[in-house]
Design a protein around this ligand. Structure first.
Ligand SMILES: Cc1cc2nc3c(=O)[nH]c(=O)nc-3n(C[C@H](O)[C@H](O)[C@H](O)COP(=O)(O)OP(=O)(O)OC[C@H]3O[C@@H](n4cnc5c(N)ncnc54)[C@H](O)[C@@H]3O)c2cc1C
Length: 411
């Protein structure tokens, strides 16, 4: 227990998947733990639904206030941006210098976009890592359609060219959904759907490179059927305001969507004593404590664990660390981390998904329903039933604000 306090003071930084799960698990033992969750925004973001926000669905499925998640909970929620961590004195500092003291610290800060030193990419690309990114991209796409329609009325034909770079799950999901969405939009903006081009570029030799080859081939076929042009082995070299330079190619576009680069939250690199693997993830021991440090745990995307980089892993880590903190408090032996392989469920176009399980691959409508069941199970695990249902069903609601499309509410 912390000095001068009856309870063990746990501070969790990061109100994402890992952070909220750790807080909720510890909250079950609030007689033993004093729990503070600090996050730099007042809401949790459900990243898996970001592509749906770009393509016309409600942002309410993505944004869930932390105050709702922790309503009637002993967890204290504080909105602050942590700037410095002092592991030796067990203190952390917030944006305006606020000081927080802990007995145990759980860092669950997630990841950021990485632009891999490609000139112009940071300045001129769109990304999809947050609700702000999704809304910005959506607005831009609608403005592009409005401009094209005005141009057409004035006798100028401008094909609409949406370029996605990165053939991982985000690029695959978004391009598939955009292919259908853009056709609906074209109808409402009185544009010819055949003048809309959607290109997906990948620098590697296949899409979804982290999954089985068969899965990559299937994703390729499905996107091709939906009308997405796929270019493999084609890295991006430079991005300018209205043009993108790729290996052997220059394209005129105002819409480059960058989904390929990810890096560990930069705060970790400022914490003295942490060590990192070759891709910048924090080395942790078998209890998820930062290597060589005490009472400082790193979970989720930033931890150098086998399956980090997925929400399911962050949730698993949150539960794992909470359980070990209890064991430690009671003087019981701690459990060693044993990585659990997440299930990949990748929607490609409306009502269709690929689900990769240990037992095999499930595709099509059934895959889609399995994916929706996973969404539901997640919401139900963090919210009371009625609120979980609302968040889940918000994912089906249309939310068009474009002056043209809002009149027609695309479906
Ligand atoms: C578009 C997209 C789709 C995805 N789809 C899936 C999917 O279908 N399935 C899947 O398993 N995974 C998916 N992922 C990956 C998944 O979202 C991440 O693995 C997961 O969010 C990691 O959880 P985390 O707790 O480590 O970080 P996050 O959930 O990112 O949470 C980090 C939190 O820390 C806060 N924070 C950051 N810096 C500070 C600071 N200095 N001070 C205070 N707070 C701070 C952030 O605001 C955020 O609340 C997707 C990711 C993206 C971007």
């Amino acid at each position: 227990m912390g000095e001068g306090s009856q309870k063990h003071r746990v501070i969790i930084v990061g109100g994402g998947f890992g952070g909220i799960r750790a807080a909720q698990e510890l909250a079950k033992h609030s007689n033993e733990f004093d729990i503070t969750l600090i996050s730099d925004q007042p809401h949790f973001e459900y990243h898996a639904a970001l592509y749906r926000v770009v393509t016309g669905r409600s942002p309410l499925e993505v944004c869930i206030p932390l105050s709702t998640i922790f309503e009637n909970s002993p967890v204290k929620v504080v909105e602050d941006t942590i700037q410095t961590v002092y592991p030796k004195t067990k203190q952390i500092l917030g944006k305006d210098g606020s000081k927080y003291i802990y007995d145990s610290l759980i860092l669950a800060l997630g990841s950021e976009n990485a632009y891999l030193n490609v000139p112009g990419l940071r300045e001129h690309s769109f990304t999809l890592r947050s609700i702000n990114d999704a809304l910005r991209l959506k607005r831009h796409i609608h403005e592009t359609f409005i401009d094209a329609a005005i141009g057409l009325k004035n006798g100028q034909r401008h094909p609409i060219h949406l370029v996605l770079v990165g053939g991982g799950p985000t690029g695959v999901e978004l391009s598939g959904e955009l292919a259908i969405y853009a056709r609906h939009m074209a109808k409402h903006h009185h544009l010819d759907p055949n003048t809309i081009i959607i290109d997906l570029f990948e620098s590697g030799e296949r899409l979804l490179g982290m999954l089985d080859k068969r899965v990559s081939e299937l994703a390729f076929e499905r996107l091709h059927q939906l009308g997405v042009n796929i270019f493999l082995n084609t890295p991006i070299l430079e991005n300018r305001i209205e043009a993108v330079y790729l290996a052997d190619m220059k394209l005129k576009t105002k819409t480059l969507i960058w989904t390929a680069g990810v890096m560990t939250n930069q705060l970790y690199s400022k914490i003295k004593g942490l060590t990192f693997n070759s891709v910048g993830r924090v080395l942790v021991d078998l209890s998820m404590q930062a290597k060589g440090m005490h009472d400082l745990y790193v979970i989720g995307d930033a931890a150098a664990s086998m399956y980090s980089g997925m929400a399911q892993t962050a949730l698993y880590d949150g539960t794992f660390v909470a359980e070990n903190l209890r064991r430690k408090l009671h003087g019981r032996p701690i459990v060693s981390y044993s990585p659990r392989q997440p299930i990949s469920a990748i929607p490609i176009g409306p009502g269709w998904a690929m689900v990769v399980t240990k037992l095999g691959l499930i595709t099509g409508r059934l895959g889609w329903w399995l994916r929706r069941i996973a969404d539901w199970r997640f919401f139900n695990s963090i919210l009371p039933l009625s609120k979980a249902f609302r968040a889940f069903s918000d994912g089906s609601h249309l939310s068009e604000t474009c002056p043209i499309c809002s009149k027609n509410q695309l479906n």
